[in-house]
Design a protein around this ligand. Structure first.
Ligand code: C5P
Length: 248
């Protein structure tokens, strides 16, 4: 999935961080004209199950399944194949599961999609969770390497093992582009338009700046979902992405 020709809407990933199918439906029905991809994470999936997938597919929208799989190669590969059987071909796994876990998953995912006549899957890697800093990495996991170098190393491991892209903060884009090239997809959370509140995010970037820095997909949650007028908020984000794309 090369993102270069994608529209602003196709690049906007809305985080469905809610607990119930009804809340998710409200968001999808209201925002589907402005959002290309809806992100389903563990919170929603463990509450609602595969019904959430059917609902979003029924509205003609793409799903990014944020399940961050991390287990032995056989388990991650088979869980990924099961996602694909549900028609979900855009999802993520942990790069720290290692090259065998990644390559086994990529191979079985491609085979499964092909056998079902589905598009080639787009599998992204998670490097270090943003809840980790240098201190916890070193003290708890005994990883003494500089955290930025470690993120770069894991991104490269993902690329070399067959992943299509990575989840990263916009500030990591130059390093990832250098390690992994221009075709490697970068999906970036912690997006905050200048008019929104930062909430609990730390290194935030505006939609325009993230596009200028080379991000392919922008994950936005609360700036849209918690806005008093969600449609207007989504339109503002889209306009900002469109303008930045036009200037590129
Ligand atoms: O509401 P907000 O825009 O902060 O939501 C961001 C979404 O991106 C959430 O679903 C969150 O779990 C996810 N995310 C993140 N930071 C990361 C990885 C994922 O905020 N490093």
């Amino acid at each position: 999935m090369n993102s270069q020709n994608k529209s602003a809407r196709d690049r906007l990933v809305l985080a469905l961080d809610v607990n119930t199918l009804d809340e998710a439906k409200d968001l999808v029905y209201e925002l589907k004209d402005y959002v290309g991809v809806f992100k389903v994470g563990l919170q929603l999936f463990t509450s609602v199950g595969p019904d959430i997938i059917k609902m979003i597919q029924g509205e003609g929208r793409e799903i990014f399944f944020d399940g961050k799989f991390h287990d032995i190669p056989n388990t991650v590969a088979k869980a990924s194949a099961n996602l694909i059987k549900h028609g979900v071909t855009f999802f993520n796994i942990h790069t720290s599961g290692g090259s065998k876990m990644i390559s086994t998953t990529v191979k079985l995912s491609k085979e499964t999609a092909k056998s079902l006549g589905l598009p080639k899957p787009t599998i992204l890697g998670v490097t270090i969770l943003t809840s980790f800093g240098q201190r916890t990495l070193t003290e708890e996991l005994l990883i003494t390497k500089n955290i930025d170098e470690y993120v770069g190393k894991l991104a490269k491991l993902g690329k070399d093992s067959g992943l299509d892209g990575i989840i990263a903060s916009a500030t990591d884009v130059p390093k990832i582009r250098k390690e992994c090239g221009d075709d490697f997809i970068i999906l970036c959370p912690a997006i905050r338009p200048t008019w929104s509140v930062v909430n609990d995010q730390i290194r935030v970037v505006t939609p325009a700046d993230s596009i200028k820095m080379g991000v392919d997909y922008l994950v936005v949650g609360r700036p849209i979902t918690a806005a008093s007028d969600r449609v207007s908020a989504a339109k503002l984000v889209l306009d900002e992405i469109e303008e930045a794309l036009a200037e590129k």
